[in-house]
Design a protein around this ligand. Structure first.
Ligand code: C5P
Ligand code: MG
Length: 159
């Protein structure tokens, strides 16, 4: 019998000028501000990594990549996702991501024009076809103009 697992992760970063705006491993071109973070600040990949860990009851990325550790300064978040995927497969033999549902909250810039590129980048990270990665965008309606936030749900089949 195929068992299913669900995982959910959230992340937020403060926006600062002169920083890259990375989402799902994709660099949003010409963004005036990006995530002020110890790592590369890719909130979408951080939320994805937490979602994967949570599907297997494995805590969160702060355990493996504490922000206080200088080794992780400007870390490429794709490395975090690769590491976490390996942990999850080790814990749950035969685990495969079925699909991903993600939401990003950001007031500006508009991300709609970059949806396909972000979807493609995220799908590539997980070895999925693009239609298995859904990404929606929302503004905060001005309530959180200095933040980028991401929420990710993953579904995995095991065995
Ligand atoms: O948050 P709100 O409902 O006003 O978003 C309206 C539309 O704007 C959504 O359909 C969303 O795809 C788009 N959007 C976007 N880039 C953002 C925020 C929202 O393209 N940074
Ligand atoms: Mg983060």
């Amino acid at each position: 019998m195929i068992a299913m697992r669900v995982g959910h992760g959230l992340d937020a970063h403060r926006l600062a000028p002169g920083r890259p705006l990375l989402l799902g491993g994709y660099l949003v071109p010409d963004a005036p501000r990006g995530a002020d973070a110890h790592s590369d600040g890719d909130a979408l990949l951080h939320a994805l990594a937490d979602a994967l860990l949570s599907s297997a009851g494995l805590g969160d990325i702060g355990d493996a990549f504490p922000p206080s550790d200088e080794r992780w300064r400007d870390l490429d978040s794709r490395v975090i996702v690769e590491y976490v995927l390996r942990l999850v497969v080790e814990r749950m033999a035969g685990a495969r991501v079925v699909n991903v549902a993600a939401a990003v909250v950001l007031d500006a810039p508009k991300l709609g024009p970059h949806r396909a590129a972000i979807q493609h980048a995220l799908a590539g990270q997980l070895g999925l076809s693009g239609e298995r990665v859904g990404i929606t965008f929302k503004t905060s309606e001005g309530l959180a103009p200095d933040h980028v936030q991401a929420s990710v749900t993953v579904l995995l089949s095991v065995g």
